[in-house]
Design a protein around this ligand. Structure first.
Ligand code: ME8
Length: 683
């Protein structure tokens, strides 16, 4: 029987559209799944969307849609994105599906019947953005995970006896050290659990967008219990047909971002222990993709869309960059410059160049058939390449299996560099100009050696760049790379006389305009869906020319309503009213308070530094009597962003904070119930 391998991504919230951060995790899992399939494992790869909870309910309200309509739209976008990128997921679970609801309720009943659920009252703070209970917090406490303001919740709830699992969890982490990877995350979890676990509220009763608690439908199940269960409900847990659950559970890997470690490493194993179910074999947490120093996220408004990159450089370039440039487990910065540099150095000049020069010369000098290496013409240089290839196979596998994708690729590209040097030193083009037998034999040996090394790098890199490697494989005359058994990869298997396929450039060089096009797409929001063919490398490109960017989608790149209006002359308006054009002159924007402090000698004034997403500004605001400075840090506020600067107590104020002014009372700051990106304009 084949070994099974089950890998999962987090299921993504539908309150945000897919961006490159989500693509990062999903692509990493896809790569792992592809390697396991190539190794012959019976592989199951699950992804999906997390659609319940207060955060999604509010996002839907803000969009003027029902939660279900809203969830349908965004879940479809996630799925369509993964399909456009040709990702090989086996199942896509949605938490609003019936199969999931039934499974979650079955899990609840099991935990309840085992005696781990009781009723109580929760009074405390709740972070809607993280859907996290912040125990022991006072009103105004900021969320320890995301730094946003929490809300006070007082509800009759069901509780889970999390405290009963403290010792068992510690035993798990210490007895199975690779349950949580990397080690830094394991240590954090261990010290969190050692510091004591309080029981967890696992239902909500003040809103209804969730799965009803069995036998008490006034309550909905806490969204994290609902969401985590996806890993088993998708396999049929709680349904009539549990064959897939029996086959694939426990999961080999839950891949997640580092911010959701606690939910996966503490709550999830505890829920499973309470239900008497086996635990996943491992949880791997990667770092964050940063853009301009901060985590890429919808709320910070600093996201780059994967489609932008895919449109210009192709899916494989995105996959390679993410796995090669970022040390898996650590945070990594994204920039278009680094992307294009890496693309040109490693793909256009590296693998692409190795493939095209080797295959073109085999075509030219040997009529497109892999030549016979000659014993007589054999040198130590050829042996060195064979040795480098053997080492690349071993190192690639060892690093990859430890989730060190960057190192794995480095070892394969070490072989590319060695062969490049070998080709330069042996000058096959000069050998080709000579017509004596000795030169001919040497030429055959050099080209055979280069082509064999190319075959090995191509096989190793296939899970990372499925499309480009499939094309190189076909150009090598080897047929369908998907049929290749990676366990059999050895030096010297390239058959002599193999007829090459059509040779075409796989990674056309990108010039500066590629960066400009990507930046423009991001600024204008015009990346939109791509027309990438699942088998294409540089999307929509012709050989020798970087992929042509898609034209801006009609409407998406158009100026915002108010700006259009502002460009026109004011129409006549009744006395005492202002026209929309007048209103459009006031630039109201969302900002987040980063620094707040009292102004010496001015009881009413606070000096604030606020982040607008694109810049941080200083403001001086007369709100010191209403707000203690420390309660403001992290809070999102509205500011008039285009007010002329003025000086107050010697401090320059660049803008004005908006607050309700109450006769005889204290000012109350304007804010939002839903999550809004920094810099968003109010209009
Ligand atoms: O947390 N860098 O969903 P979510 C790297 N629904 N990875 C990133 C990223 C970034 N800047 N931004 C997002 C949830 N991710 C829950 C999960 S699972 C039972 C429930 C990736 O939409 C990363 O994998 O906030 C992160 O953990 C996940 O998206 C968070 O997605």
């Amino acid at each position: 029987m084949k070994k099974t391998f089950y890998i999962t991504t987090p299921i993504y919230y539908v309150n945000a559209r897919p961006h490159i951060g989500h693509a990062y995790t999903t692509i990493a899992c896809d790569t792992i799944a592809l390697r396991h399939r190539m190794l012959g494992d019976d592989t199951w790869f699950l992804t999906g969307t997390d659609e319940h909870g207060q955060k999604v309910e509010r996002a839907a309200q803000a969009a003027g849609k029902t939660p279900q309509q809203y969830a349908d739209e965004v879940a479809n976008e996630f799925r369509a994105s993964w399909d456009r990128f040709g990702l090989s997921y086996d199942d896509f679970i949605r938490t609003t599906s019936d199969r999931h609801k039934l499974g979650v309720q079955a899990l609840w009943r099991k935990i309840r019947d085992n005696g781990y659920i009781y009723t109580g009252t929760y009074t405390g703070q709740y972070c809607v953005s993280c859907e996290l209970y912040v125990d022991g917090g006072e009103p105004g406490t900021l969320c320890p995970t995301c730094g946003r303001a929490t809300e006070t919740v007082k509800e009759e709830n069901y509780f889970f006896k999390l405290s009963a699992f403290q010792e068992k969890l510690i035993e798990l982490y210490t007895g199975q050290p690779d349950f949580i990877r990397p080690e830094t995350r394991r240590n954090e979890v261990l010290s969190f659990v050692r510091s004591g676990l309080r029981d967890l509220s696992i239902s909500r009763s003040t809103f209804s967008w969730g799965i009803p608690v069995p036998d008490d439908p006034k309550h909905v199940i806490y969204v994290w219990l609902d969401a985590l269960a996806n890993y088993i409900t998708a396999l049929g847990y709680g349904s009539k047909d549990t064959s897939r659950f029996e086959k694939y559970w426990p999961a080999d890997v839950h891949m997640i971002g580092k911010e959701i470690v606690r939910f996966h490493c503490v709550y999830w194993p505890a829920f499973l222990m309470a239900a008497g179910l086996p635990l996943p074999k491992g949880i791997v947490a990667h770092g964050w993709l940063l853009f301009e120093e901060s985590k890429m996220s919808k709320s910070r408004g600093n996201v780059v869309r994967a489609d932008t990159i895919v449109n210009v450089l192709g899916v494989d370039a995105l996959r390679y960059f993410l796995l090669r440039e970022i040390v898996f487990g650590q945070d990594g910065s994204f920039s278009f410059d680094a992307l294009v540099q890496r693309y040109n150095a490693d793909l256009a000049n590296g693998l692409g160049n190795l493939a095209s020069r080797t295959l073109t010369m085999i075509n030219r000098y040997f009529k497109g058939e892999v030549p016979y290496p000659s014993h007589a013409a054999h040198t130590a240089q050829d042996d060195a390449i064979a040795e480098a290839a053997k080492k690349a196979i071993a190192d690639f596998g060892a690093n990859f299996d430890q989730y060190q994708f960057s190192r794995a690729l480095e070892s394969a590209w070490g072989l590319v560099a060695a062969v490049d040097k070998y080709i330069v030193e042996n000058e096959p083009w000069s050998l080709g100009d000579k017509h004596d037998e000795e030169s001919r034999q040497r030429l055959a040996t050099v080209l055979y050696t280069s082509a064999e090394a190319l075959r090995i790098v191509t096989a190793l890199a296939h899970p990372v760049m499925p499309d480009a490697t499939a094309r190189i494989w076909a150009q090598l005359g080897l047929g369908d790379i998907k049929q290749f058994d990676l366990t059999q990869l050895r030096w010297g298997q390239l058959h002599l006389g193999t007829k090459l396929g059509d040779v075409q450039a796989v990674f056309p060089r990108a010039d500066k305009s590629a960066i400009e096009r990507m930046q423009k797409m991001e600024e204008q929001g015009t990346a939109g869906p791509t027309s990438v063919q699942p088998t294409g490398g540089a999307a929509g490109s012709q050989p020798g020319q970087p992929g042509a960017a898609q034209q801006p989608v009609a409407g998406q790149g158009a100026p915002a309503k108010a700006e259009t209006a502002a460009a026109k002359p004011s129409a006549a308006v009744p006395d005492g009213k202002i026209s929309i054009d007048d209103f459009a002159k006031v630039e109201l924007r969302v900002a987040q308070v980063k620094v707040a402090e009292r102004v010496k000698g001015a009881d009413k004034l606070l000096r604030l530094e606020v982040d607008l997403g694109t810049e941080v500004r200083q403001l001086v605001a007369g709100i010191a009597e209403a707000y203690a400075p420390e309660t403001l840090v992290g809070r999102k506020v509205v500011i008039v962003a285009n007010l002329a600067p003025r000086k107050l107590r010697g401090l320059e104020s660049n803008g004005m904070i908006v607050a309700a002014s109450i006769e005889g009372g204290k000012p109350v700051l304007a804010g939002f119930l839903e999550d809004v990106p920094l810099g968003a304009r109010l209009k």
